[in-house]
Design a protein around this ligand. Structure first.
Ligand code: HEC
Length: 109
């Protein structure tokens, strides 16, 4: 729980926040939330099923997607869950996550 408070108290810019999402407890929380809310369509390992492969998705991808896109319905998540799910997805494919973070950082410059 401690880290969630830290995230709330000290909101960091997108890039720094994403790179901080490596806490194993946060990843475990995210895996559970992913199994509850996302795996029915994206598969247990996020490799795709009724939805696409989303391994390596970063926080921005998650927050955008849960607003609903085309075939994906809007999904309501509690505070902190999008961060946890992003941490889990990033942990599944850190290389893809890193590339996405670099692209985002470049866009913001
Ligand atoms: C009812 C099925 C369904 C559920 C549940 C679902 N998704 Fe999706 N998701 C989809 C489909 C289908 C797409 C492809 C949307 C499109 O582009 O038409 C998608 C796309 C995405 C994308 C974008 C992928 C890309 O390459 O653009 C992300 C990220 C994503 N979902 C994350 C999530 C997360 C996180 C959850 C759980 C909170 C979730 N989805 C739950 C069906 C689902």
């Amino acid at each position: 729980m401690k880290y969630l408070f830290a995230l709330c108290l000290f909101p960091l810019p997108g890039f720094a926040q994403d790179t901080a999402l490596t806490d194993p407890t946060l990843i475990a929380t995210g895996q559970q939330a992913f199994l509850d809310y996302c795996s029915a369509c994206h598969g247990e390992e996020a490799l795709g099923e009724n939805g696409p492969d989303i391994q390596g998705s970063i926080l921005k991808d998650v927050t955008e997607a849960v607003k609903g896109i085309d075939q994906m319905p809007e999904i309501w998540l509690e505070d902190g869950k999008p961060e946890a799910i992003a941490a889990f997805l990033m942990s599944l494919n850190p290389k893809v996550a890193e590339i996405k973070l670099r692209l985002e950082a470049a866009k913001q410059d």
